[in-house]
Design a protein around this ligand. Structure first.
Ligand SMILES: [Zn+2]
Length: 169
């Protein structure tokens, strides 16, 4: 995301940095046999929404700055912002990711915590719920990356549904 008016919404990532993050996301998801293909990296200008204080920068405020007409009709859209309240969120398109996540480190955690946040949010895209097992990818507020057998089964099933290879119930 690009924004002159709101520095928190202005990404610091260039295309090479995004590609590197997605490579790490694919390393995290490799044990599930799931690989995300990067379709394109676009610089999208944020809407000039009314400013808010940092602590008021909630999901809906960030989401309201994102021009939805720029979304890909075929891909999962991931929007990077420099900083916001939550580390990331997904409740319908797009996935939104902060480049300054706050988290507790766990053993075997993500090499790059931003990649960990992307991988976590893509878990939500694949219908996975939060877990409190600290080293798990789906634990909130931690940089763990592990997936259990049930999550791998569920995520693979959902990925196949998205790809149209098995019927959606
Ligand atoms: Zn989550």
């Amino acid at each position: 995301m690009q924004s002159i008016l709101h520095p928190g919404l202005q990404t610091s990532l260039n295309e090479a940095a995004v590609r590197s993050l997605i490579n790490e996301v694919n390393t995290i998801w490799a044990p599930a046999g799931i690989r995300f293909h990067l379709e394109a990296v676009d610089a999208v200008q944020a809407f000039d929404i009314v400013p808010k204080k940092w602590f008021e920068r909630d999901r809906n405020w960030v989401k309201s700055a994102i021009p939805t007409q720029r979304f890909s009709p075929t891909a999962i859209d991931v929007c990077f912002v420099r900083d916001m309240g939550p580390n990331g969120f997904f409740y319908g398109e797009p996935v939104v990711v902060s480049e300054a996540p706050e988290f507790t480190k766990v053993r075997g955690g993500a090499d790059n915590p931003v990649a960990g946040v992307i991988a976590h949010e893509l878990g939500h895209v694949l219908f996975l719920q939060h877990r409190q097992d600290h080293t798990n990818l789906m634990a909130s507020g931690r940089d763990g990356v592990s997936l259990n057998a049930q999550e791998i089964r569920d995520a693979r099933q959902r990925a196949l549904q998205i790809l149209g290879q098995v019927p959606t119930p």
